[in-house]
Design a protein around this ligand. Sequence first.
Ligand SMILES: *[C@@H]1O[C@H](CO)[C@@H](O)[C@H](O)[C@H]1NC(C)=O
Length: 356
Amino acid sequence: MSSPPPPPHFVFVSVFLFIFFLHHSVTTTIASSSSQTLNTNTESFINPKLPPRTLSSSKKFEGSSNLVHLRYHMGPVLSSSPINLYLVWYGLWNKPQKQLIKGFLLSLSPSTPPTPSPSVSDWWRTISLYTDQTGANVSRKVLIAGEYSDLKHSHGTQLTRLDIQQVIATAVKSAPFPVDHRNGVYLVLSSQDVVVQDFCRAVCGFHYFTFPSMVGYTIPYAWIGNSAKQCPEVCAYPFAIPGYMAGGGPGALLPPNRDIGVDGMISVIAHELAELATNPLVNAWYAGEDPTAPTEIGDLCEGLYGTGGGGGYIGQVMRDRGGRTYNLNGRWGKRFLVQWIWSPALQACAGPNALD
Ligand SMILES: *[C@@H]1O[C@H](CO)[C@@H](O)[C@H](O)[C@H]1NC(C)=O
């Protein structure tokens, strides 16, 4: 499917916003360099235009289109609450990396006291607007119910898509993962040394469901890889951009937590979880006529992070005083940059950092 060109007024608005925020950030910089003491907690807003990601963007609709026919195909959504995540850390992960990913996942549920908006749980609210045929919504609560570390790469460092199910089968056999038919979801996270079929060329992550012949039962799962060594300009975009060496050349945005691979992975995890929750057995919410290549609620908004995105612009996001880019607040003061998601209410891509 080819992507329709954005209407002219849309481009105009993007350019206008870009100039406005460029001006705004320049004035902020001047103000802060001439007078540090007056710059209390000023953070700037930016809407940068970046070279496109090299991964095929044929599925990208850039925000809003009458041509998008997202349909419900009568299957279940993840409506049982809470959604129990079982994490499989495949390969070598250090503690700060795990803490960062877990910090994001634990920020999906509403917390008390609430996280300052725009928050990660505000972002998940858009996903909880999807329902099944009984009218049950996707659960607002997401927990980490279990973890397993496969430090020794039990299935090697080169995996096919089907091998991911073997990795899950091994984790289920070796770890106390209950067979959680009602609420369970597996999340396989592979470290930067692991090569996965289609990784970097066609996908940065995917979701599907386990087969009884492989794992013993049918449970939704997702895989996401750390792209830091293999293709950050594809899967950790916009923290690395095409045409520059890994690590981010001029133009790439600074990641909110100083880890290009993991910060980039978090938006992909978010994308896959959103789709897993609304299309767990690949028979619920998707666009397009071909169920073997469905266009799902994350695909529709890839590369959009804020208002005024599209036509090469990522949309308006925040930049902290250290120059790091983010659009969502998580728990424990963590910040993340996460793509927007198609909203069934607005019939457009949406996120809690939208300008009113
Ligand atoms: C459930 O989804 C419907 C339809 O999108 C929405 O109007 C409603 O607010 C949602 N309910 C909750 C509790 O999120």
